[in-house]
Ligand binder design. Structure first.
Ligand code: ADP
Length: 246
């Protein structure tokens, strides 16, 4: 009886977990369309306000757009999670210049912050085989986190290093910040789905705890590794490695 009960429990749990994944996929799809439409309406509203020289309405609609963008990226995270869970993260792989990707992402993110300065220390350009957009997404995520969790410091370093592991050349990309850092007790679980550091002033930062999980899955799907280094002097270094073109 005990064995039968256990089997039934496992089956029920599996069914529940499948239902939860289906719900996540469905809910995020259903949310995506109306949010896209609201964004389009807000942009029309913003243009009308500008034409009517209504400064208050123009400023408010810009704020609305910024909030809609946040919502859109949360929904995108949920959609990515359901793709990963369903084994449907289809990669569009090709050879691309790694440094060119880093340069364009750094320039894009630098435009979003006045306070922080992102400093590049890149080795010679190398070709990587992978999904350029997805790897760009990982870099954006690591940089956005470095900015978000560095309220008191303003320098962020990004660098690349070439290493040879098991007779294969790899590129290691790192983002180093001097921000609030991650307590040692949390470091092991930081790449888990929905995992967020709690306590201290960590609770004041918004987020779902999905970004690093998605990053680690994207890197794993490329056959790479991603890790976090402990910094005694404060701050964090996130790195990932990818195989270089043979
Ligand atoms: P979130 O959307 O919550 O930021 P992430 O998966 O990107 O989710 O990060 C998980 C948690 O790891 C964050 O909630 C935060 O506590 C911690 N974290 C991530 N990056 C950094 C960083 N650069 N410095 C300090 N803490 C970080």
């Amino acid at each position: 009886v005990a064995v039968a009960g256990t089997t039934r429990d496992i089956t029920e749990m599996r069914q529940l977990s499948e239902q939860k994944d289906e719900f996540l996929a469905m809910a995020s799809h259903e949310l995506k369309t109306p949010v896209t439409v609201i964004k389009a309406y807000t942009q029309i509203f913003h243009r009308s306000a500008q034409e009517a020289n209504d400064k208050q309405a123009a400023a408010l609609s810009l704020k609305m757009e910024a909030q809609i963008d946040k919502l859109t990226s949360r929904i995108a995270e949920l959609l990515d999670v359901s793709r990963i869970q369903g084994g449907k993260l289809h990669l569009q792989e090709k050879h691309f210049d790694f440094n060119e990707l880093i340069d364009s992402v750094v320039e894009e993110i630098q435009r979003t912050t006045q306070r922080h300065q992102i400093i590049r220390r890149l080795t010679t350009s190398k070709k990587v085989f992978g999904d350029q957009d997805r790897i760009g997404q990982v870099v954006i995520n690591l940089l956005t986190n470095a900015i978000k969790y560095s309220p008191q410091s303003d320098v962020i370093y990004v660098y690349t290093k070439l290493v040879n592991e098991n007779q294969r050349d790899r590129i290691v990309f790192s983002v180093e910040d001097f921000g609030i850092g991650i307590p040692e007790a949390d470091q092991e679980r930081i790449f888990e789905r929905f995992y967020r550091v709690t306590g201290g002033n960590q609770n004041t930062y918004p987020g779902l705890g999905l970004g690093l999980y998605i990053c680690s899955e994207i890197i794993k799907w490329h056959g790479g590794t991603i890790w976090l280094e402990n910094k005694k002097e404060g701050g964090s270094i996130f790195s990932f490695s990818l195989l270089l073109k043979k």
